[in-house]
Design a protein around this ligand. Structure first.
Ligand SMILES: [Zn+2]
Length: 300
């Protein structure tokens, strides 16, 4: 295991190793969006209970809200976990927040999301910021095209045009030296329209074929109403090696809080919220085939 005192380099990057092992082992890593210490604790407990490698994800919101406090708690939790774990920044959407986050120390990966700019500007800014992260031993994820919609932590793109990722665009981003690529193939953030997800699997397959095993594909916009065991496994079959899990974990927290607040001691509320979030993460690990893979993951 890479200890906290070991300088982070691209060669010893834990996030990269965790998702690489999943890709070649034909399973997928849950990247759990955390907003507080309890969700970090729940994610580590789920990973250890399921013997599953896992990622903790933070949004730029966490840095704006708490500077590096939540990040450093997450990094310490990952370093102490008995299974392979690492910390990734999801949807960092301005050059300023990316540089600030990279400089804080603690992130293993950062999503350089310039998808709200036009293609040319997306590529130009991404190139510069990927290099900035890489120089600090941090791997990057980019989004060629544009995944539409909104959810907690992400800038609303509802008034912008959805742009599905083409194999050519994917290739341009691979050339920047990214490690993970988030394709837009009909997936949207947050709630889907009345028809549900209209996923373009031939497009996803073409993107997968174009990038080959040079970068890992990441699934965004997997709303829990549709993306359960079967659909998630279909996506894994098309090369997805990391799944962002956001809504259902946050929903477990708020639901239990609403049910118990004022009726039981606060410590009990917090513990029950943690348990409920842990259960959601564990269920995803089973769906993603990552349960039991900690020993083979080879990064701890
Ligand atoms: Zn996303």
């Amino acid at each position: 295991m890479v200890s906290q005192s070991t300088p982070r380099t691209l060669a010893n990057n834990k996030a990269k190793a965790i998702v690489d092992a999943a890709y070649f082992g034909k399973y997928c890593i849950a990247a759990v969006c955390c907003y507080n210490l309890e969700s970090i604790i729940a994610t580590v407990r789920a990973a250890e209970a399921k013997q599953s490698p896992c990622l903790i994800q933070l949004f730029p919101w966490s840095i704006e809200y708490a500077d590096g406090l939540l990040l450093h708690a997450a990094a310490e939790a990952c370093a102490k976990a008995s299974v392979p774990m690492a910390v990734h920044m999801d949807h960092a959407q301005s050059p300023e927040i990316i540089r600030r986050s990279a400089d804080l120390g603690g992130f293993d990966g950062i999503m350089v999301d310039m998808s709200h700019y036009d293609d040319e500007e997306n590529l130009r800014l991404s190139k510069e910021l990927v290099q900035y992260c890489n120089e600090r031993g941090i791997i990057t994820e980019c989004e060629p095209g544009r995944i539409n919609g909104t959810e907690d932590g992400i800038q609303d793109t509802a008034d912008m045009e959805e742009i599905l990722t083409s194999p050519e665009q994917a290739e341009q981003f691979v050339a920047l030296g990214i490690d993970w690529l988030a394709p837009a193939f009909g997936n949207v953030h947050g709630v889907y329209g009345p028809k549900g997800p209209q996923l373009d699997f031939p497009r996803l397959e073409a993107v997968h074929k174009a990038v080959g095993d040079r970068v890992r594909l990441v699934l965004h916009g997997a709303h829990e109403k549709y993306f359960q065991k079967d659909l998630l496994r279909k996506c894994i079959g098309h090369g997805m090696a990391k799944l962002n899990v956001n809504g259902p974990v946050a929903a477990a927290w708020t639901k239990v809080g609403a049910e118990l607040t004022g009726k039981v001691p606060l410590t009990t509320v917090v513990e029950e919220q943690t348990k409920a979030m842990q259960a959601v993460v564990e269920e995803h690990m089973d769906w993603l085939y990552s349960t039991g893979k900690a020993a083979q993951n080879g990064t701890s």
